[in-house]
Design a binder for this molecule. Structure first.
Ligand SMILES: Cc1cc2nc3c(=O)[nH]c(=O)nc-3n(C[C@H](O)[C@H](O)[C@H](O)COP(=O)(O)OP(=O)(O)OC[C@H]3O[C@@H](n4cnc5c(N)ncnc54)[C@H](O)[C@@H]3O)c2cc1C
Length: 329
């Protein structure tokens, strides 16, 4: 069967796109590895407009319910399915998935978001989820009474430290660079706590422990001195990576479209992804550099990554897709 639209992703962007597609009666298939997106792990989302506070798991349920309420016969939902490749064909796009299914459509909206960047250090793979965590808001209570380390000196690193300070006797934050990237207010608030210490120019070289984390070694990048910290938990906050690998081949070699907005383009055009692997989009319409492809949310080069922004961008894309499909008829 050929659809009008394929949506890839079940986070805020993919879900918002699915609701709009169904309501506009666009024949759509939505492929989602899972619903909810990144803040699924959050215990308390407080800035989802219209809802004072809700846990990530409830957000997931609400997303699915909202989609299913409008799906009828117009929206096919393929949950627990992962898009593995995206190819352009003469009459549109083909997506192959890990369930060995192939879906075809005139247009595609990519809303696959991003995943947390993993730490590269000796022992980090082995102890992942065994004392190494990527979510302080989810896991901080499990580290009650244990000294902990946060790696990464941006806002998310300092915020993770703030949450850990409620449970840990001491929290040490290690920043690889020569200065912290967190905003002044957050930095100042967290640094006031006498249980907190922050160190710059620190390269984590090893995390050790028999079964669970027992300690961490870091190198002072200026002096080369190695310090050993006996800690029971390590929280990694070193950014995220867009989940765009599956469309790299398609977008990497694409030429700059004639309609591309000059000021949004990197100085040197190197295809439809930026150097971080984010999909370049025209921010008025969310169009990607290939005719018939749109993208929304954290997978794009949008500056600010938030639930509300991802949903708004997806809605913008759907308005444009609708008009584009009308012209194709
Ligand atoms: C711990 C944490 C807390 C946060 N708290 C907040 C907050 O309080 N407020 C706020 O506004 N923002 C918050 N954010 C940011 C917010 O979660 C993101 O901006 C938002 O989730 C981005 O939505 P998205 O739909 O673009 O991508 P994502 O949320 O990343 O969703 C992408 C979806 O696509 C699926 N997917 C990925 N690849 C494929 C594929 N190949 N095939 C099929 N499906 C695929 C994923 O499983 C996922 O469901 C938080 C982020 C984190 C990590």
């Amino acid at each position: 069967m050929t659809y009008d639209l394929i949506i890839i992703g079940g986070g805020p962007a993919g879900t918002a796109a699915g609701v709009y597609a169904a309501r506009k009666r666009i024949k759509t298939v939505l492929i989602a590895k899972e619903f909810g997106g990144q803040s699924l792990v959050s215990q308390d989302i407080q800035n989802f407009i219209g809802i004072v506070s809700l846990p990530g798991l409830e957000l997931q349920e609400r997303f699915k319910k909202h989609l299913e309420a409008y799906a009828e016969d117009i929206l096919d939902i393929k949950e627990w399915e992962l898009a593995k490749s995206l190819k352009k064909s003469n009459d549109g796009f083909k997506v192959a998935t890990d369930k060995e299914n192939t879906y075809q459509a005139k247009a595609v909206l990519v809303a696959a978001g991003s995943s947390r960047r993993k730490l590269k250090a000796i022992g980090a793979d082995r102890l992942d989820n065994k004392g190494i965590s990527y979510c302080a808001s989810c896991d901080a209570p499990m580290f009650k009474g244990k000294d902990t380390v946060v790696i990464g000196g941006g806002n998310s690193g300092f915020e993770a430290a703030q949450q850990l300070l409620a449970y840990s006797p001491s929290v040490t934050l290690l920043e690889f660079g020569s200065e912290f990237k967190a905003d002044a207010l957050t930095l100042e608030q967290v640094s006031r706590d006498p249980k907190f210490k922050a160190i710059t120019g620190a390269e984590t070289i090893e995390i050790y422990g028999k079964v669970f984390v027992e300690g961490l070694k870091y190198k002072d990048r200026a002096s080369g001195k190695i310090t050993d910290l006996a800690v029971g938990g390590v929280f990694v906050e070193i950014g995220s990576i867009p989940d765009s690998n599956f469309l790299k081949d398609l977008l990497e070699s694409v030429q700059k479209p004639t309609w591309w907005v000059a000021e949004q383009t990197p100085k040197e055009w190197k295809g439809g992804l930026d150097k971080w692997g984010q999909i370049l989009v025209d921010h008025k319409t969310q169009r990607a550099a290939i005719e018939g492809m749109w993208a929304a949310g954290d997978i794009t080069d949008v500056l600010y990554k938030q639930n509300n922004i991802s949903m708004g961008d997806a809605v913008k894309a759907l308005e444009d897709i609708y008009l584009w499909l009308q012209k194709k008829k």
